[in-house]
Design a protein. Structure first.
Length: 273
């Protein structure tokens, strides 16, 4: 019975982390309707122009979306926050006693929550909730504001700059390497997005535009390759054990304990922008 609870809990955590942004974007897109160019009295779903927003079917979709927003988007985030507050080690009261050794160890909920709080500093145990709110803000901008508009570009840039400044101030990860990777990734996203806006609305000439786009492309690909190499390095023990390769010696004073979190945040933020 306990094994079933543990696996269900794991599935909930990982599915929420992986599906949070796409579900938020899809749910909020239901409210993004644009008027018909020929008939302003009619409006259509911006995400699917063949669907009218003036039908009972769309009203049902909005009702269902509101329910999903309350239960899934905000309810799950609140559940994560309550669990982190109650079961993180610093304030944990529910402990399971190992009668064989006479020692106490954390409850199974605390052990399974490690994937959410272990890579962050103790004072920032709630950092995962902040990253979810950041993703939620980006999904709201992308789905509720008209695409390729000045408002969309301005608000998106403001959200990204705020994320960059907040991370530079917080530095929530335990590892300095992870904090630097996240800071560099956010900086790269802001610069890439700003240059893309300038190219689209102002332009620097055909040759210059192509050169800048190539620089953006190569920079982002290089950073992705770097993240992959770091993740592979962090998995060196598992790779050497599984495939029988010679183990790569560890680099002293470097900790990659939570580099996947930085890679995950970069991928989510970059894809949504």
């Amino acid at each position: 019975m306990l094994i079933t609870k543990i696996w269900l809990f794991r599935i909930w955590i990982y599915s929420f982390k992986l599906l949070h942004f796409p579900i938020c974007a899809k749910v909020f897109s239901i409210f993004n309707c644009i008027p018909d160019v020929l008939d302003s009295s009619q409006s259509y779903l911006n995400d699917a122009l063949y669907r009218s927003c003036d039908t009972s079917a769309h009203f049902k979709m909005k009702t269902m979306s509101i329910f999903i927003i309350i239960v899934y988007v905000f309810g799950s985030m609140l559940a994560f926050l309550v669990l982190l507050w109650k079961f993180r080690p610093k304030f944990m009261k529910n402990r399971v006693v190992d009668y064989d050794s006479g020692e106490k160890y954390p409850s199974w909920i605390t052990r399974e929550l490690w994937v959410i709080y272990l890579c962050y500093k103790p004072n920032y145990y709630w950092a995962q909730i902040y990253f979810m709110i950041r993703t939620l803000a980006l999904s709201l901008v992308l789905t509720l504001i008209a695409e390729e508009s000045a408002a969309s570009a301005a608000v998106s840039l403001i959200v990204l700059l705020m994320a960059l400044l907040i991370h530079a101030w917080m530095k929530p990860f335990n590892s300095a390497v992870d904090n630097n990777l996240e800071l560099f990734s956010l900086s790269l996203i802001v610069i890439s997005y700003l240059l893309s806006i300038l190219i689209a609305h102002i332009g620097f000439g055909i040759d210059s535009n192509d050169a800048i786009q190539w620089v953006i492309f190569v920079s982002n690909i290089s950073f992705v390759v770097l993240l992959i190499l770091v993740v592979l390095y962090n998995s060196r023990n598992w790779i050497s054990t599984t495939f029988g390769f010679r183990q790569i010696p560890a680099i002293p004073t470097v900790d990659f304990s939570s580099v996947w979190e930085s890679a995950e945040h970069w991928i989510e933020t970059h894809v949504c922008c």
